[in-house]
Design a protein around this ligand. Structure first.
Ligand code: SF4
Length: 446
């Protein structure tokens, strides 16, 4: 790829430039940091204006059809305004590229390349190709352990500790687009964690599709959590997303003993009906999920739980739906990510006929959303008058003279400051709440 000769950009424009948009989950955000790392080693600089870029790349999500449609429209629009006064390469990366690898280059005229989640090392070479080209081989050994991600600004760093998934839940495209499960070596991760701390990040979130299935050379997830908490400079440690069936005593003991481990777990449930859980091949029953929640709550004081729920999985009856609604209430989830079932080609549930109309799925979804908002508000109201510990991130969105950050349970807290700055850990007296935020005033620097 030749260097940019764009006269409107800075002297740095003598180096080629990359514009990268990221869609989907935190794994994709972390992958975009890897992609940026790969491209920087080849001399590319990141820019925020696609109109000035030599390479335009969209890192995509395949989890729902709607997400794919959105990206397809966006890339068509970028292609339609592509500059003609110099070569500009436009490509799609990530899960959607992998999912539709056989047809994307034909379906989107003007698309130059596609690259799947295991092909990022080949990106610079793809840019040299004369023809539309693809790097979509899955590679069971690819962990990018030697690539240094280029992280964004802020106090929170994400670190991918394992890739892929072996569980093959019937609705999920992830094992097909991200490949089989593999963990990174613990020593590589510890080096990266020290690097993260040196760069000034205060909080780290360990990432994996089934993060608590981490295992490498005798180091299990619990041991990795303990080692992570020993890294000086990192003040809070979180992880996402664990699978309910992969929780071990070792992980729960680490959560009990390591004070840096925040008492918040995102615990995907998907359905509260045993019949649907079995159809989904989730690997656990409602009773086992309940028992896990009980173990976690008794081991971890102040634990907050969030979850993922799919509404309208094929065959979901009113009774199944009511079971989900009542289990959500019984568990008392602090927060929930709620979605309508979206059939994904290639998955085992794709050909299973749906019995519900889109309208009925929508009604069920709206009901769960309303129930969850009311539940979250109730939980927040119990915090009125209490003191929470907040890692300060910056100005509050609605009151710029106030500061905002996350408490240990990952709740957003806005507060009237008394000498705090971003990066500080402070205590805040909670004086008012909504279902989205806690508000109050700073008491001390913790
Ligand atoms: S555990 Fe199931 S839902 Fe999660 S990534 Fe793996 S296959 Fe998908």
């Amino acid at each position: 790829m030749p260097p940019s000769s764009d006269p409107t950009s800075s002297p740095a424009a003598t180096t080629p430039s990359l514009y990268l948009e990221t869609y989907g989950c935190q794994m994709n955000v972390a992958d975009s940091e890897l992609i940026t790392g790969v491209m920087q080693t080849r001399g590319y600089r990141s820019i925020s204006d696609p109109a000035l870029a030599d390479v335009i790349l969209l890192n995509t999500c395949a989890i729902r059809e709607h997400a794919e449609d959105k990206v397809a429209n966006r890339v068509r629009q970028l292609i339609s305004v592509r500059r003609s006064d110099r070569p500009v390469r436009i490509g799609l990366a990530g899960c959607m590229a992998q999912h539709h690898r056989d047809r994307l280059l034909d379906a989107i005229p003007g698309l130059d390349f596609i690259v799947g989640p295991d092909g990022y090392r080949r990106l610079p070479d793809l840019l040299e190709a004369d023809q539309p080209t693809a790097a979509v081989q899955l590679d069971r050994s690819e962990t990018y352990h030697d690539i240094v991600p280029v992280r964004g600004e802020g106090l929170r760093a994400w670190l991918t500790i394992m890739r892929g998934c072996d569980r093959f839940c019937t609705f999920c495209v992830v094992p097909f687009v991200r490949g089989r499960e593999r963990s990174l070596p613990a020593d590589v991760l510890m080096n990266e964690l020290r690097h993260i701390a040196e760069q000034g990040y205060k909080e780290v979130i360990l990432l994996g599709q089934t993060v608590n299935a981490y295992r490498h050379d005798g180091v299990d997830f619990g041991e990795l959590l303990r080692r992570t908490c020993e890294v000086e400079g990192i003040e809070r440690v979180r992880y996402t997303s664990p699978h309910p069936a992969d929780f071990t005593d070792s992980t729960i003991e680490a959560m009990t003993e390591c004070t840096k481990l925040a008492p918040y777990i995102h615990l995907p449930l998907q359905s509260g009906s045993d019949r649907i859980l079995s159809d989904m091949q989730r690997g656990h029953t409602v009773a086992e999920f309940r028992a896990l929640v009980k173990r976690l709550r008794s081991a971890i004081p102040g634990l907050a739980l969030s979850t993922d729920i799919i509404v309208g999985y094929p065959g979901e009856t009113q009774e199944d739906f009511e079971a989900t609604s009542s289990l959500m209430e019984e568990v008392g989830f602090d927060h929930a990510f709620l979605f309508k079932y979206s059939p994904r080609e290639g998955t085992r549930s794709f050909k299973t006929p749906e019995i519900l109309s889109e309208q009925e799925k929508g009604r069920r979804l709206e009901r769960l959303i309303a129930e969850q908002l009311a539940r979250t508000l109730r939980i927040h109201q119990t915090l009125l008058g209490s003191v929470v510990e907040v890692l300060v991130e910056g100005s509050a969105k609605r009151q710029p003279q106030w500061l905002a950050g996350k408490d240990l349970q990952y709740r957003t807290v806005c507060f009237e400051p008394a000498g705090a700055s971003p990066g500080d850990v402070v205590t805040v007296l909670v004086e008012s709440v909504t279902s989205h935020t806690l508000s109050g005033r700073q008491i001390t620097n913790a």
